[in-house]
Ligand binder design. Structure first.
Ligand code: TRP
Ligand code: SF4
Length: 362
């Protein structure tokens, strides 16, 4: 099996998730599900499917020696793929009352997406305003830009001194030194909560998409060499694009919904999305649709239909041909629009604070 590609854009089929668990020693989440307090949608609905050392993290979090950390590239406005990561960061911050670290990955946005640092500031503020609107408690959070953090730089160099070219090649395949440097900066990010400034060794949970596992593995190896605690991770499946194929990514604008889309755009995108519907309504009434391959159902499942019973109802009505795609899209659009309206108003209130938290380097 090829190494996972944190800089790629392919989607992953269900079969491959199972193989990943086997080949890379990721633990299946199923066995641990019942131990997770107040499970969120992603855990309940099997969107989170794997972890590393989450069991240990849960214990340490209950003892009060833990943190949660994630990062997102400020290469644009948040899209729904970023929303998963953001909501998970916030959920674990609140549920376990731990400090949330948020990395604005501007080095990586610069190298991987060619976004200049000045533009990164603008997006970083927008992204942080989203986080606040989604409920991040800024009083128990540490938010920073990679390019402005000298502790991260120090940890990155320390990490780099334990890594050879062969190790990087084994984890990532042959890549530019620029991307390797981004990977090592990310190692620095993930080790930051264990720096003396934050009280030293502790359990750190990193909620991310499965494509980030190579970074986690590398960081875990390096942590051991410095007698730090190997970071824990909880992995979600990658969101498909609205076309049903590629992962939702900033690289293909028509395939994704951003948190800043207005209702008209949102409606347009949902109505144009790939579904599991049949060629004619007669056929669909007779044979039923297929929610498993439907990107509109995926929106309902990942984000917008919060009630498990209602989601199940939609699933069954689709399967049995008791709802057609037009009506279904409209229903899911209504849920989405309600979320977007509320989010927009909270975000506009959060913008001032976001500007204070994210400043250009002077
Ligand atoms: N590589 C991540 C991405 O592509 C961003 C990132 C940077 C990150 N530092 C991190 C994620 C630390 C988790 C933890 O989106
Ligand atoms: Fe998707 Fe709904 Fe159509 Fe079923 S009825 S295929 S869930 S849009």
């Amino acid at each position: 099996m090829k190494p996972l590609d944190p800089w790629g854009s392919g989607i992953i089929e269900d079969e491959k998730y199972r193989r990943l668990i086997k080949e890379f020693g990721i633990s299946p989440l199923d066995e641990l599900k019942h131990e997770i307090e107040n499970p969120d949608i992603y855990v309940r609905r099997g969107i989170d499917f794997g972890h590393r050392d989450l069991d240990k993290w849960l214990k340490d979090a209950r003892k009060g020696n833990a943190a949660v950390l994630t990062g997102i590239k400020p290469s644009g406005r948040f899209h729904l793929g970023n929303l998963i990561t953001a909501q998970k960061l916030i959920h674990y911050q609140h549920t376990y009352n731990v400090t949330a670290f948020y990395t604005v990955a501007d080095f990586e946005a610069f190298i991987d997406n060619h976004v200049p640092f000045e533009a990164c500031i603008k997006y970083a503020r927008d992204n942080v305003a989203d986080l606040i609107a989604l409920g991040l408690d800024v009083d128990n959070a540490y938010i920073y830009l990679q390019s402005q953090n000298t502790k991260v730089m120090k940890l990155c160099f320390l990490a780099a001194s334990k890594v050879t070219n062969n190790m990087l090649k084994a984890v990532y395949g042959e890549r530019s030194i620029g991307l390797y440097m981004c990977a090592l900066v990310q190692v620095g990010d993930i080790l930051l909560p264990q720096d003396e400034e934050f009280g030293g060794a502790k359990s750190v949970l990193v909620p991310v998409g499965i494509d980030q596992d190579p970074h986690i593995r590398l960081t875990r190896d390096i942590a051991r060499k410095y007698n730090l605690i190997p970071p824990a991770a909880i992995y979600h499946k990658l969101l498909r694009g609205l076309g049903g194929k590629e992962k939702m990514s900033k690289r293909s604008p028509m395939s994704y919904i951003t948190l800043s889309d207005d209702e008209r755009t949102l409606r347009k995108k949902i109505f144009a999305a790939f579904t599991g519907g049949k060629g004619t309504s007669e056929q669909q009434r007779r044979e039923g649709g297929n929610p498993e391959i439907c990107s509109v159902f995926e929106l309902a499942k990942f984000f917008f239909v919060k009630d498990d019973g209602e989601l199940k109802e939609i699933y069954e009505r689709c399967r049995e041909g008791r709802i057609l795609c037009g009506e279904c899209k409209n229903l899911i659009y209504q849920h989405a629009a309600a979320f977007f309206r509320e989010h927009r108003s909270k975000k506009s209130e959060a913008m001032e604070l976001a500007k204070r938290l994210v400043k250009p380097r002077v």
